[in-house]
Design a binder for this molecule. Structure first.
Ligand SMILES: *[C@@H]1O[C@H](CO)[C@@H](O)[C@H](O)[C@H]1NC(C)=O
Ligand SMILES: *[C@@H]1O[C@H](CO)[C@@H](O)[C@H](O)[C@H]1NC(C)=O
Ligand SMILES: *[C@@H]1O[C@H](CO)[C@@H](O)[C@H](O)[C@H]1NC(C)=O
Ligand SMILES: *[C@@H]1O[C@H](CO)[C@@H](O)[C@H](O)[C@H]1NC(C)=O
Ligand SMILES: *[C@@H]1O[C@H](CO)[C@@H](O)[C@H](O)[C@H]1NC(C)=O
Ligand SMILES: *[C@@H]1O[C@H](CO)[C@@H](O)[C@H](O)[C@H]1NC(C)=O
Ligand SMILES: *[C@@H]1O[C@H](CO)[C@@H](O)[C@H](O)[C@H]1NC(C)=O
Ligand SMILES: *[C@@H]1O[C@H](CO)[C@@H](O)[C@H](O)[C@H]1NC(C)=O
Length: 731
């Protein structure tokens, strides 16, 4: 027995591993001898008849296992059941200078081939050429030539490097082979240090060349019984799909065994299914692995329970597994830890989410703050009321401007653009993008009541389309201070014309009456034509704007009310201006059309007296124009109160106007005429007056001309052009 002890240990370790430590299971067929010497003989190998599969018979002689019997000269000292390999000893071919022509044949027999992966043809010698010729499917061969002139040229580093030793690959699936030497080369020349050459097929990892092997004695002594060679074997030469069809020859008949294709040779092998171990070639060979017995291979820190072909790992009751299959579970605090982990993960996730949310919210808040602000203002400023109206189709002409549009139009509300300041706000001149000139009223109202009022004006104005009413173009609600956009009326207010910066005392009577008539028509329209009727509520000269050619335009509907039919609005708060305020309204708190008539009466008075509604007389006493006028009428002292510039006109005409004013100023609303009547009266007065003017131009024209001139008491100059202009513009 040449085999060294470490070699055997290695071999048995391999076997042990190959059967997955299932030492308890039997490897041989029942009733058959299982071991020979130190070697276990697993089925399909077997010694006696009925114990082996066809082609796998072995003999056991002198505690050595031989293929077939010792005459085969193939000693088997390891069988790898699952890997389909066996290690055998093979003979060495030698060619000596005094005994040439050596050879060594190897006939592996059916199902066995020389492993091409594991083995090499190795030649030891100087001046030698050896061949391995053989047969797989074809006749094949390979050779290896080694030459070294003297002992110095031999590699002594233990490598088979071509200096005294060479190696070459062998063909695959060789079933029979013969190692021979080329007789053109012999050892005569080198016999001093290398009398013989040797050639053999051996495991390449095993062979280690030594220079001393070149000496005949050393080598043959050491490898007396041959060299280890790995053979591949297969259960059958066909592949699984074919093999399984022939029940009489199929090898993998075990309960839990299965067929696999051999990776090293042509044919198939058997193996146990997952979770089973043992001999797959035996009927009851594959046994369930009790995984719980091998915690290193099948870890389980909980309660391991074996199952057929598998195992389960559960944790003690009250504890929880992290990996229910086979990973660890903490038997003491698994559930607690899992809970904590979950909780922690949850909390972290929540925290991160929260942070993201907060950031997103902050950004969104910033964005929305502006939008919301605008929206709030929009609502506060009566946007909702307006939208209600728009929805109910009562408002369809009003455009809603954005803040930016109006800021652009007014050069950011520059003070140079200011047109005027009033009780309700500041009016700016604005130039829209389409170059339209507009007046933008920036309300200074702040409280809710006033905001309602603002919306009121918006709604009222949006429904009115009259030549003598200032046209509302749109509004802007998304600002703290709501804004209205009107058509631009360039010539200031009637108040300014009479008393203020545009003061023209020489205003012709016709112009005055025309302005009055236009106002009356506008109010008449509001009272009768609009639906529902609208009461202006704050008729006064500052609320009458003058357009081109002094066309009157009634404005400021902040105090206006739409009157529900047959119902008189009860006001909790009296609005209006002292001097113009209907005394009845003041008392009864009921705003009616007749309140406007009263206020209009005062405006008419202003036009013919050129006095303020509340004025100071020569003695410095503050007086109410309406009261003074009524007193003067009663005492026939009209000439003392009327504007001296118009006194020269037809007294009848003035008397008629004064009578009209007086009727407007009646204490009770019932006694006052309707606005339509007032407008009619003014119209007829003007017509009469014009007729007289044409019939009798000599005297009147002179006076008219004088009146048409700029105020200059001493002036008597002729200003025909001005008169003509005034007449042209008259209606
Ligand atoms: C079997 O192995 C043991 C040690 O493992 C060794 O002492 C013994 O000599 C071996 N027997 C044979 C026949 O090789
Ligand atoms: C086995 O041993 C016996 C005696 O030791 C010997 O006669 C015989 O030749 C051996 N057989 C083989 C095959 O080695
Ligand atoms: C060995 O086996 C061969 C065939 O494999 C056979 O011819 C021979 O008789 C056998 N020898 C012995 C001693 O059994
Ligand atoms: C195939 O050959 C390799 C290398 O020699 C070996 O490790 C393996 O066990 C062999 N068989 C199988 C089934 O892999
Ligand atoms: C091997 O080859 C040699 C030389 O060619 C020959 O004499 C011998 O019979 C062969 N052996 C076999 C088994 O073929
Ligand atoms: C060995 O080879 C040499 C030449 O290479 C030759 O002369 C000699 O006869 C050979 N010896 C034998 C025994 O064949
Ligand atoms: C074998 O080799 C060793 C050195 O490796 C040498 O001492 C010895 O003489 C050689 N011959 C024999 C027969 O051992
Ligand atoms: C099965 O195998 C046997 C033995 O090799 C052979 O005689 C038989 O013809 C095969 N049957 C089939 C169906 O291949």
């Amino acid at each position: 027995m040449v085999v060294a002890l470490p070699w055997l240990i290695f071999a048995s370790t391999l076997l042990l591993a190959s059967i997955k430590s299932s030492t308890a299971s039997r490897m041989a067929k029942p009733g058959c001898r299982e071991t020979c010497g130190n070697l276990t003989i697993p089925y399909p190998f077997g010694i006696s008849e009925g114990c082996f599969r066809e082609g796998f018979d072995v003999s056991c002689e002198n505690n050595t296992v031989y293929r077939h019997n010792s005459s085969s000269r193939l000693a088997i000292y390891n069988i790898n059941l699952l890997g389909g390999q066996a290690r055998v000893n093979t003979l060495i071919a030698s060619n000596c200078f005094n005994n040439p022509g050596g050879w060594a044949s190897l006939d592996t027999g059916e199902f066995f081939t020389v492993s091409t992966k594991a083995n090499k043809l190795t030649v030891v010698g100087c001046n030698t050429l050896a061949f391995l010729v053989g047969f797989n499917e074809y006749n094949v061969g390979a050779g290896c030539f080694s030459m070294c002139a003297d002992k110095q040229s031999v590699d002594d580093s233990g490598q088979c490097s071509g200096m005294g030793c060479c190696q070459t690959s062998i063909a695959s699936n060789l079933v029979s082979s013969n190692i021979t030497f080329d007789d053109r080369f012999n050892n005569s020349e080198v016999r001093g240090f290398n009398p013989c050459s040797y050639a053999f097929v051996a495991e390449q990892d095993w062979f280690r060349f030594e220079a001393s092997y070149l000496e005949d004695k050393n080598f043959t002594e050491k490898f007396k019984d041959g060299v280890p060679t790995t053979l591949d074997w297969v259960a059958g030469n066909e592949y699984c799909d074919q093999a399984v069809k022939n029940v009489s020859t199929y090898a993998c008949i075990g309960k839990n065994s299965q067929c696999i294709r051999s990776p090293n040779a042509t044919g198939y092998l058997c193996t146990c299914k997952d979770g089973f171990a043992g001999n797959p070639y035996l009927e009851e060979g594959c046994e369930d692995i009790n995984e719980c017995s091998f915690p290193d291979q099948y870890p389980c820190n909980g309660i391991c329970s074996n199952m057929i072909g598998d195992y389960s790992c559960s944790c003690k009751s009250g504890t929880q597994s992290i990996d229910p299959r086979r990973e660890t579970c903490d038997p003491i605090a698994a559930s607690e830890r899992a809970r904590l982990t979950k909780m922690f993960t949850g909390i972290s996730a929540c925290a991160i989410l929260l942070l993201i949310c907060i950031f997103a919210l902050l950004i969104e808040c910033q964005k929305r703050k502006l939008v919301k602000e605008k929206k709030t203002f929009f609502q506060q400023n009566g946007g909702l009321i307006l939208y209600e109206q728009i929805r109910s189709k009562q408002v369809d002409t009003v455009r809603i401007f954005t803040r930016a549009e109006l800021e652009n139009a007014t050069n950011n509300f520059d003070s140079s653009r200011e047109l005027g300041r009033g009780g309700h706000g500041t009016v700016y001149k604005g130039i829209l993008e389409d170059n339209r000139v507009v007046a933008i009223k920036r309300s200074k109202v702040m409280n809710m009541a006033q905001k309602d009022e603002f919306a009121q004006e918006m709604i009222i104005l949006s429904q009115i389309n009259h030549r003598n009413v200032v046209k509302l173009l749109g509004c802007c609600l998304e600002v703290e201070v709501p804004m209205l956009v009107y058509e631009c009326i360039p010539n200031g207010t009637l108040f300014d014309l009479m008393h203020g910066k545009n003061r023209r005392l020489s205003l012709s009577l016709d112009t005055r009456l025309r302005i009055a008539q236009e106002c009356a028509e506008a109010l008449a329209y509001l009272h009768s034509s609009a639906s529902p009727p609208i009461v202006h509520g704050d008729v006064k000269s500052p609320n009458i704007l003058l357009g081109e050619n002094y066309t009157a335009k009634v404005t400021d509907f902040g105090a206006s009310r739409m009157l529900p039919t047959d119902e008189i609005q009860f006001m909790t708060m009296v609005q209006g201006t002292i001097g113009y305020l209907d005394p009845e309204y003041l008392q009864e708190r009921q705003l009616t059309e007749k309140s406007d008539v009263y206020s209009f009466g005062v405006v008419l008075l202003e036009l013919i007296t050129m006095k303020f509604a509340i004025y100071s007389d020569s003695a410095g006493e503050r007086k109410n124009l309406a009261s003074s006028f009524l007193v003067a009428m009663k005492e026939n002292g009209l000439q003392f109160i009327l504007d001296k510039n118009i006194l020269d006109f037809e007294a009848d005409l003035l008397q008629e106007v004064a009578q009209l004013a007086k009727s407007c100023l009646s204490m009770t609303g019932e006694e006052r005429p309707l606005m339509t009547e007032v407008a009619e009266r003014l119209k007829s007065i003007r017509v009469t007056w014009r007729e007289q003017l044409i019939q009798n131009p000599s005297t009147e024209t002179e006076k008219l001309l004088q009146n048409s001139s700029h105020y200059d008491p001493s002036s008597t100059g002729q200003h025909r052009s001005l008169m003509a202009l005034d007449l042209e513009s008259g209606r």
